[in-house]
Design a protein around this ligand. Structure first.
Ligand SMILES: [Zn+2]
Length: 326
């Protein structure tokens, strides 16, 4: 059964015109009021001249379907909508309890048909434009021990099938003290997480099922080489749908409880809240999933950790994720 909280697209993602009109960028609105008419007329004349000069070029090179209007993201509204949606899931359902999901973390593999890897090379702007809808905001609702209120703990994930199979980090699910788990898509729809299909605690990966349809899946590839460009779409500290770029820094083993786990390090930035989000190659295929950062400090001179040298960005390698889909 499809469970849709609400179409939050208009509330969550506002176009530039809407934001200016509603005064969210108040500084710019005030500046505009202070313009005198003469200045406006003069700017207008130069503007008309500039448009006239640019016209033949614009007509000769019509904007492709890949250059839409810029979009402003309202982080506070997304956080509020996600929190309200999770509350509603908890009160009205249908969603299993977090404890029920945690008990399903012993599932090891699942049979799901994944989309084939894509082969056309894309720019980071095209990757964002075409792949962002496959990136999820994944959240759990928790009782706060400090203030007694309920908060949403939010991070990321990505869709792998049209009918709602998705991937996220194990550490986001293994929270038996939390209450309920849900996801929000780019267009502001909220869905409950209904079951865990496969999990690998050591590698920090979980495959889960959402209750819904019409999702935009991302394809996985294990063909990226060291030095290849990557794009990360993630939510560092609730800054939703941020893009960073870099390269694959190296593939390496990380020892976790006597087990050697295969990781991929990238130079594209991310931070707390980015966990579960996809690392995409230049074709828009998922080649890794964000799991954690390790800060490297200058040795000896720096007991207080004042001299940060480098932050290593660690991800689950896509071949480890693919092992959950035999
Ligand atoms: Zn609190």
């Amino acid at each position: 059964m499809l469970w849709v909280h609400a179409r939050l697209a208009e509330n969550v993602l506002a176009f530039a015109s809407g934001l200016s009109a509603s005064g969210h960028v108040s500084g710019k609105v005030c500046m505009r009021r202070n313009f005198d008419r003469k200045k406006r007329r003069s700017i207008l004349s130069w503007g008309v001249l500039a448009v006239a000069l640019a016209m033949p070029r614009v007509l000769a090179e019509p904007c492709a379907d890949t250059c839409p209007a810029p979009m402003w993201i309202d982080d506070r509204r997304i956080t509020d909508a996600m929190t309200a949606g999770l509350h509603e899931l908890l009160q009205k359902g249908p969603a299993p309890s977090m404890q029920a999901l945690v008990q399903q973390l012993n599932a090891s593999r699942c049979t799901v048909e994944l989309p084939r890897p894509k082969s056309s090379i894309l720019s980071p702007a095209d990757i964002y434009e075409r792949k962002k809808e496959g990136v999820l905001i994944v959240g759990t609702l928790m009782d706060c021990a400090k203030c007694g209120k309920r908060h949403a703990s939010l991070a990321g994930g990505f869709v792998v099938t049209r009918d709602g199979v998705a991937v996220t980090a194990h550490h986001l699910v293994e929270r038996p003290d939390h209450l309920v788990m849900g996801v929000m898509t780019w267009d502001g729809r909220l869905f409950p997480v209904t079951s865990i299909l496969a999990a690998d605690k050591g590698a920090d990966v979980v495959v889960f099922q959402m209750d819904g349809t019409g999702f935009q899946p991302l394809s996985l590839s294990d063909q990226a080489r060291v030095g290849d460009p990557v794009t990360v779409i993630s939510h560092p500290d609730n800054r939703y749908y941020s893009v960073t770029t870099g390269v694959i820094s190296r593939y390496y083993y990380e020892k976790i409880q006597a087990k050697a786990v295969r990781r991929v390090a990238v130079t594209a930035d991310f931070a707390g809240g980015s966990s579960g989000c996809p690392v995409l190659d230049q074709r828009g295929n998922v080649v890794g999933m964000v799991v954690r950062t390790s800060s490297l400090y200058a040795e000896g001179m720096d007991e207080k950790h004042d001299h940060l040298q480098m932050v290593v960005k660690s991800c689950v390698s896509s071949d480890v994720i693919l092992e959950l889909f035999p």
